[in-house]
Design a binder for this molecule. Structure first.
Ligand SMILES: *Cc1c(COP(=O)(O)O)cnc(C)c1O
Length: 360
């Protein structure tokens, strides 16, 4: 009976949606979520915990995160005269952008396969979402993109660079053509910047409809939840109206400021992960029947032969290894899985178990 009431009151788009599923990972070798596998040196942890003693949790946080923003601007060398908004993870920023342009006839566009949140959040807001298929090698299909832009006149285009789950970096020249072709907003999502070390930051000044999104999650602070969106103040000030006034808590602001000051060790860990990614790629490619795609992120997409991705995924779980199964998520990802680059020991364990399964 209560369901009748719920279904009358809740929006159809929400009733139809599924909750975002996060697999229980306790006790697993966890290679499913692009986390940094390394912890913090004891010395850093001690300093951090002392730094947190400054927090006055009886007071509301600095609503504008002024100190943190100026530290981020310096650390990531963002151009001085752009504006910035911080989110509780970049997921929240995607949500804020979509809320701001949630009006009739606005279309959201992204190449696909790509980061699923662009589509999921659009759908929940009943915004029309157009996914433009990538080429078979996961490069951008420029002519299809330009054609779709011409036809749909998207209000916003999301481009993940490097792309998740494919790991490649779309050509800058193609993106410039897309930027020039659209009259809408373009959000370049550089969540994996630390691993690709390539940025479209130079576009911020040239093209006022380009915004750049980053996150600290993949660099090593997934638990902190801090996303950043940079660009022209005309855009950012509108989004800022939708941001809940205290979305970044005091502990998060202090922790992020602290870690920015000590960012060197995280950058070293990222360098380590980049090296291990190459080893993992070579080893994966050597398993007979496995096709792996070169990645500039901290994960690798690969396709398995028999017994197929669903079976491989389940058998890896039985062997205590958790990765991401992408089979069924998009037609071009048939029998594909995605593995996050872990520690050398974790990568070795994963490769051994995968070989056993594929060679059985
Ligand atoms: C992981 C990821 C994000 C979300 O990161 P959070 O800041 O943790 O919310 C955004 N974009 C892409 C492409 C990602 O892969």
């Amino acid at each position: 009976m209560i369901y009748d009431c719920v279904s009358k009151i809740i929006k159809p788009a929400i009733l139809e949606a599924k909750s975002y599923h996060v697999t229980d990972s306790k006790g697993f070798v966890k290679l499913d979520a692009m986390e940094n596998p390394y912890g913090w040196p004891e010395k850093i942890k001690d300093e951090w915990s002392r730094c947190l003693l400054q927090a006055n949790l009886n007071r509301y946080p600095d609503s504008k995160s002024c100190e943190l923003k100026s530290k981020l601007t310096q650390a990531f060398k963002f151009p001085e005269n752009t504006a910035m908004i911080l989110g509780n993870g970049s997921d929240e920023l995607i949500q804020i952008i979509l809320m701001a342009l949630n009006k009739k006839n606005n279309v959201v566009m992204a190449p696909e396969p790509s980061f699923v949140m662009y589509r999921l959040l659009s759908k929940m807001m009943e915004l029309e979402f157009v996914g433009v298929p990538l080429n078979e090698d996961f490069s951008l299909d420029l002519s299809a993109m330009l054609e779709s832009i011409d036809k749909e006149k998207p209000a916003v285009i999301f481009i993940a660079r490097p792309n998740n789950p494919t790991g490649n970096v779309f050509l800058e020249e193609s993106l410039i053509q897309i930027i020039k072709a659209t009259t809408g907003l373009i959000v370049i999502d550089e969540a994996y910047h630390s691993f690709a070390q390539k940025s479209m930051m130079s576009c911020l000044h040239k093209y006022p409809n380009v915004l750049l999104m980053r996150t600290l999650s993949k660099l090593g602070l997934a638990g902190l939840r801090l996303g950043m969106l940079y660009g022209a103040n005309e855009w950012i000030s509108e989004f800022d109206k939708l941001r809940l006034p205290y979305n970044i808590g005091t502990v998060n602001q202090l922790s992020a400021s602290f870690i920015i000051k000590n960012i060197g060790f995280l950058e070293q860990q990222a360098a380590r992960i980049r090296d291990d990614r190459e080893i993992l790629f070579n080893n994966l490619s050597e398993i007979v029947g496995v096709q792996a795609w070169r990645s500039e992120a901290n994960f690798i997409l690969f396709r398995v032969p028999k017994p197929g991705a669903d079976k491989v995924y389940k058998e890896l779980i039985n062997k205590n290894i958790l990765i991401k199964n992408l089979h069924g998520s998009h037609s071009s990802l048939e029998n594909c899985l995605r593995v996050t680059v872990g520690t050398p020991e974790e990568n070795k364990l994963f490769l051994e178990r995968l070989s056993e399964i594929v060679n059985a």
